[in-house]
Ligand binder design. Sequence first.
Ligand code: 3H9
Length: 696
Amino acid sequence: MIASQTATFPQGAVAVLTIDNPPVNGIGSGVRVALGKALEEAIANPMIKGIVLTGSGSFFSCGADIREFNTPKSRQEPSLRAIIEQLENSPKPTVAAIHGAALGGGLELALGCHYRIAQAKSSFGLPEVKLGILPGAGGTQRLPRLIGIGPALEMVAGGDSIDASKAQSLGLIERLVQTDLVPQACELALEASIRTEGLPRLSRAPIGATADSKVFDEARKLAGRRYRGCIAPLECIACVEKTLTSDLDEGLAFERERFQFLVNGDQSKAQRHLFFAERAAMKPPKVEAKLTPIRKVGVVGAGTMGTGIAMSIANAGISVVMIERDQAGLDHGWEVIKGNYASSVSRGKLSDSDVKARLALISRSLDYAALADVDLVIEAAFEDMGVKKEIFSRLDAVCKPDTILASNTSRLDINDLAASTSRPSKVIGTHFFSPANVMRLLEVVQGTRTATDVIGSLFAFARKLGKIPVLVGVCDGFVGNRMVSPYTREAHFLLEEGATPEQVDSALRRFGMAMGPLQMGDMAGLDISWAARKRMAPTRPAHIRYSKVADTICELGRLGQKTGAGFYRYESGSRTPISDPAIDVLIAECAREAGVERREITDVEIIQRTMYALVNEGARILQEGIAQRASDIDVIYVAGYGFPAFRGGPMFYADTVGLPEVLATIERFHDRHGELWAPAPLLKELVENGRSFADL
Ligand code: 3H9
């Protein structure tokens, strides 16, 4: 785990200690034991003049081994803090030689060294806050002593990495090198070994200019916006603030106590669950056949989804041809794309030359013949099976035999679509989320005849686009939208039973949702789900409760933000929802017609009715094999539906509440509200066997 070598130079010998724990040189208990021992030996060896710490493979070190948190291994001596103290107190100069990335505990190790030298392409960060914890091995105390309060606060509480040139300008690293990282680090160690002044130890460094308390207030405000509902950023800020009033030992004690508090809490467990859940979801299936390299893509439809998809493909440096039925549609799409890029330039996100290069990758045509040489086509046309089948048969005729045909449908049957082509094994669903150039989630929908190499090719393509692909099966709405149906259904029932739209939305926002379901409906446009409800109407049994609230609102032409009114009203040009007494009257009228008795609704009931509706449907989806894992559902909800990361996703949340408790409440709802609340068999099975979704 630690390779220890002696590098000999005319001026003396240097111990080069290499962390070798692939894939990211995580600092688990094994690394700590081996590193502690290697350091002890190097310090004791009279031949050694200095010590260089480096990493093998692609990274210096990406931090503590997250899998060991809350296990006995995390308590195994020596602690990471003890190793850092050993490095810092070493009488011989210690130099961190950094390549790839120094993240979290990896950067904290480097801060324990007397000097830091890095390769030009390396990056530096303390991403712990994104895992619901804080840098717990001295990072919150040493970094401000090295680079000052402001920049340290940004790195600790924001969690984003910085590149090597920024690190150098902040004084985080002494030297930047292009080549010969380790030899140059050895040279630095030898130079330092003959200097007469003492070694620079951050534990003794005075804290820089005293920060104005406004810096901390601003940081708290920013954290409130970026990490709404999360406690870790506030703890990070408190630790950095502590450097102003405490010496290092006191500060470290405070940091350690706050780290323990966070690492044992539900929020961090949820965020760590998501870290691994995302990686599990993104693993493609094992494929024997060769994958199709996707070098050129066709997008059919230049509406909101089509333009967003075309942009996300061009953003990844891949050529894309956009097809529309008429020139006006094509021109409109092109203007939308240019407008979106122009706004990125004005916000400083892209340069003019970036935009020029991206626009050059997007060509436009009214002729399907332009798709003759593409490797993949993504159809993003009107959500109607007839329209889509016609497009697919044209694509089937014009595209190469091995071109993958994908549909961006959010609900329709991929198998039905595949059957309308001569290549069902090459047909797949790619459900992007709006805005497609921003949202990272991609539901990859596997039809019964979709070939595994087609799925593998799509996963590789999705990763190039920077998306999080999650494999799902065919059913109405796949995973995400199928679960949204019972969630919004309950929101509408709650309105009839006595809640107001703002009461439902604000309870769910306080729970942590980015937006409540009614505001979300207004934003997405109420006509889409209205059309789906009309499509499903013939199959809806008459005795099942049905709320007419949303349909009645749509019948008034109130289709959401785009028409200036929906569940709320909107002032011209504004997206801020305003309560509308006309809607309260409409809801009361619907309730009266449906014979629903109105009563006081509590926030607890709003959360339970909406969340457990998600969980119950999620359990059915799992049992039917539409989702591969409970954690995939969590990833879909957090990445695509604004579910709070600090609750880990709906299935993780249910485990946190406890499945017996969730089931008991669902059974109570079943007794009171009828068969829509029949508990999912899988949920009952798990409770009977004392298991949780995490055990599946
Ligand atoms: C910390 O340091 C706490 C200290 O302050 C205090 C302690 C007292 N641990 O992402 P990838 C796995 S907290 C365990 O696909 P990439 C990952 O699960 C830590 N495992 O690669 C995956 O496994 P698998 C602070 C880890 O190249 C494999 O490595 N550090 C860890 O796309 C490859 O990962 C962080 O938060 C870990 N720390 O991205 C950094 N890191 O193959 C977290 C990765 O079984 N890591 N794995 O699925 C990352 O952000 C990305 O992994 C990284 C590489 C950018 C490094």
